[in-house]
Design a protein around this ligand. Structure first.
Ligand code: AMP
Ligand code: MG
Length: 535
């Protein structure tokens, strides 16, 4: 019986297919244990499951194998989610495939009974606080310093849990996040292969003259055991005729008719050994991997043509401010061209998504009637972003607007610079940001905070700060707020870029990093190690 077991912190997909394609007969029996809203008479919002993962997997396999002897089935798949699992989500999934449904039902029933008794996975606690979805009064304009970046990121990540994965053709997977771990059906490479054009001989053959007994091209498969004094002409990529061979480069050999004289042997064998990259059954790629071009090539090599990946996100972005005019319009005195729509649209290119963008008038009542037209987009959005109106000015209504749309405001002030009046709100699984309107604040807040939410929703690993040397002296006066400076990261280190104010877009064209300057830092010399985030 084919058995697949996975303990995962990711949501379990809504649709799971049997491993074999069933013909006219046979059954695929599925069980889903879903977290319910009540635990021991109390209302809960989530359950936290913990496990000893290796022991749990070993025990599940042992149970399945012993049951397979009693109730012969074709395949079984057990997925158990661990960590915090919200109400309504699947905690355990068991799928059993069999030729006759009776066998699958019997196996599943016995398995579920034994699972409870023998497997070290347990409910660690019930989560009673509501992480999201409760409508509350908007927070009063925050006073005081506000949250640190680490506190803000923790809140954003807690509320941006991975959305269920979807199975897509490989051609549509670029830029998504892999949501299953992919294992190798065969060794990589599948056989010993030459890395050179030359002559294959026994690894320790001391002879100088060799008889050329065969010629192999890249696609040839001609196994034969070589004897001492025998050589096979091989091309780069040729499958070797047997194991324990070395390849002498053709430049190190002299061919004479059907014989070849070896002039020089390198230390290395010039052979990619069978299974040296990955053994059959080994992990090709882990869940949570960003599918860049290289990762896509690896999935293609492994024959993973329909991976489970993060869904394409749905994003709604509103700009605000009566001074804003479209880029194609000449601004009158007092007006400025909208650069944030272009900035956000292009920053989002890295995350496969559908983006709806529109502009709102700077009058709350008018804005409410404008957004009514986007009701379904907002309801279906994973992320809502509002540019501008995030501070406490008379006309700044982003907080009220988000509350009007049912978002609970989680925070609305940070101890960072630029970007202090950032608003973060949550409504069910949807998250919303109110970004301070200045383009530099937008750039910083997107990379630090919006990207953290997008990565969380996609099930990607969190971004980490890197370390690098300053290319120039940084002699800004100490500031009580943590500061993020747009910078250019290159061979000589990090060059902080000049900007006159957070409205200054000129530095953004050059910026590919944000330097993190901790609160109250003294000036730093060139060469000092600083943390930075690639941007
Ligand atoms: P606010 O956050 O609405 O107070 O805006 C702060 C600054 O950002 C103001 O100078 C705005 O004119 C500017 N701003 C707001 N929205 C945009 C936008 N879409 N494009 C360029 N600048 C903007
Ligand atoms: Mg404004």
């Amino acid at each position: 019986m084919q058995i697949e077991i996975q303990l995962t912190s990711q949501p379990i997909a809504e649709k799971i297919l049997p491993p074999h394609s069933l013909g006219a007969r046979g059954a695929w029996l599925e069980f889903r244990g879903v977290v319910r809203a009540e635990e021991n008479g109390k209302n809960i919002s989530a359950l936290a499951y913990e496990a000893y993962p290796e022991m749990a997997e070993r025990e599940i396999r042992r149970i399945m194998e012993s049951l397979a002897a009693k109730h012969p089935c074709l395949a079984a798949k057990v997925l158990h989610r661990v960590g915090i699992i919200p109400v309504g989500d699947t905690a355990i999934y068991v799928g059993v495939e069999s030729a006759h449904r009776g066998e699958a039902i019997a196996l599943l029933m016995e398995f579920m009974n034994q699972l409870k008794q023998d497997v070290p996975i347990w409910k660690a606690r019930a989560v009673t606080e509501t992480p999201a979805g409760i409508k509350s009064q908007p927070l009063a304009p925050a006073k005081g310093a506000g949250l640190s970046i680490d506190e803000a990121l923790t809140k954003i990540r807690t509320h941006s849990q991975p959305l269920p994965g979807v199975r897509v053709p490989l051609a549509e997977a670029f830029g998504r996040v892999l949501r299953e771990s992919v294992s190798a059906a065969e060794d990589f490479p599948a056989c010993d292969r030459s890395t050179r054009d030359g002559y294959a001989i026994l690894q320790n053959d001391p002879a100088e003259m060799f008889q050329v007994v065969d010629t192999l091209h890249a696609a040839d498969w001609k196994p034969r055991q070589l004897k001492s004094g025998e050589a096979v002409r091989v091309a780069t990529g040729s499958a070797m005729p047997c194991e324990n061979l070395r390849v002498v480069m053709q430049e190190d050999a002299e061919r004479m008719g059907d014989r070849v004289k070896i002039l020089f042997r390198e230390n290395g064998a010039n052979v990619r050994k069978r299974g040296e990259e990955i053994r059959a059954g080994g992990t090709v790629m882990e869940a949570g991997t960003d599918l860049n071009a290289g990762a896509m090539a690896l999935l293609a090599t492994a024959g993973c043509v329909k991976p489970i990946v993060s869904p394409s996100l749905k994003i709604v972005h509103f700009t605000t401010g009566d001074e804003i005019v479209p880029p194609e319009q000449a601004p009158k005195p007092g007006q400025i061209r909208d650069s944030n729509s272009t900035l956000i649209r292009n920053l989002l290119q890295k995350y496969p998504c559908d983006v709806t963008q529109s502009h709102l008038r700077e009058n709350f009542e008018e804005a409410k009637s404008q957004i009514a037209k986007y009701k379904s987009q907002i309801e279906n959005a994973n992320v809502l972003v509002v540019s501008g109106g995030a501070s406490a000015g008379e006309k700044d209504f982003t907080r009220e607007l988000l509350a009007h749309l049912g978002f609970e405001i989680i925070f609305n002030r940070l101890n960072v610079r630029p970007g202090a009046p950032l608003i973060f709100g949550v409504n069910g699984k949807r998250v919303a940001f109110g970004l301070p309107g200045n383009p530099v604040s937008h750039f910083v807040c997107f990379h630090l905070f919006v990207a953290a939410a997008l990565r969380g929703l996609c099930g990607a690993k969190s971004q980490v700060f890197l370390q690098g040397p300053l290319a120039l002296k940084l002699d800004d006066a100490p500031n009580s707020r943590e500061t993020f400076l747009p910078a250019r990261w290159g061979a000589t280190g990090l060059h902080p870029l000049k900007w006159m104010s957070s409205g200054d877009v000129t530095c953004l064209a050059e910026a590919n990093a944000l330097i993190r300057v901790p609160p109250n830092s003294d000036p730093m010399d060139a060469g000092a190690k600083v943390e930075f985030l690639p941007a």
